[in-house]
Design a protein around this ligand. Structure first.
Ligand SMILES: CC(C)(COP(=O)(O)OP(=O)(O)OC[C@H]1O[C@@H](n2cnc3c(N)ncnc32)[C@H](O)[C@@H]1OP(=O)(O)O)[C@@H](O)C(=O)NCCC(=O)NCCS
Length: 141
C-alpha cells in the first residue's frame, strides 16, 4: 500500500536518506515542494519515494526499495502514481538523474518512457549521471 509519510516514519526515512545524500537528511520534512510517500507491506515500510512538483515541472529526487522487496513492481507502482499526479498537476515533463551504472534504475525509468537527454560528467561518486526526461501529454495516464 502506498501512503503519505507521517512523523512516525521519519526514523526509517532518515536511514533511507543516508543511503543517498547525508546533507539532505535533516531537510526532508521542510521542503514545501516535496511529496514523500512510503510503501507499506505487512505493517512495515519497504520503500519510499521523494518527488517534487514545482509549478509545471516534476522531478523524481529519490526512489528506494529494500533489497528483499525488489523486482515485485513496487517502484513501478510509485512511478504510475507520480506520473498521474504530475499530469493532474499540469506538469509538462518529469525529470530525474540516475547513474549510468544503475541498471535497475535505468530499466525502471525507460519502462515508463523516460528518455536519456544528457550526460552529467562525474555527477555521482561511481560515475556519470544521466539526465532523463519524460514529456507528458495531457491525455496520457
Ligand atoms: C531501482 C529500484 C527503485 C527498482 O525498484 P523495483 O521495485 O525493484 O522495480 P520494479 O520491480 O518496479 O521493476 C521495474 C522494471 O525494471 C526492471 N528491473 C528492475 N531491476 C532490474 C535490474 N536489476 N536489472 C534490469 N532490469 C531491472 C524490472 O524488470 C521491471 O521491468 P518489467 O516490469 O518490464 O519487468 C530498486 O532497484 C532500488 O531501490 N535500487 C536502489 C536505489 C536506486 O538505485 N534508486 C534509483 C536511482 S535514484
Amino acid at each position: 500500500m502506498i501512503r503519505k509519510v507521517v512523523k512516525s516514519d521519519y526514523e526509517k526515512l532518515i536511514k533511507y536518506y543516508r543511503l543517498f545524500d547525508d546533507s539532505q537528511v535533516e531537510l526532508f520534512p521542510t521542503d514545501p515542494f516535496a511529496h514523500l510517500l512510503v510503501y507499506e507491506l505487512d505493517n512495515q515500510i519497504v520503500g519510499f519515494v521523494n518527488y517534487s512538483i514545482i509549478y509545471e515541472r516534476a522531478e523524481i529526487n529519490y526512489i528506494y526499495i529494500e533489497e528483499e522487496y525488489r523486482n515485485k513492481h513496487i517502484a513501478s507502482e510509485f512511478m504510475e502514481l507520480i506520473i498521474t499526479d504530475a499530469i493532474d498537476s499540469g506538469c509538462v515533463n518529469i525529470s530525474l538523474e540516475v547513474s549510468v551504472n544503475n541498471k535497475a534504475g535505468l530499466a525502471l525509468y525507460e519502462k515508463y518512457g523516460f528518455e536519456r537527454k544528457a550526460i552529467r560528467k562525474n555527477y555521482y561518486p561511481d560515475g556519470d549521471g544521466v539526465l532523463m526526461v519524460k514529456e507528458l501529454v495531457k491525455d496520457e495516464k
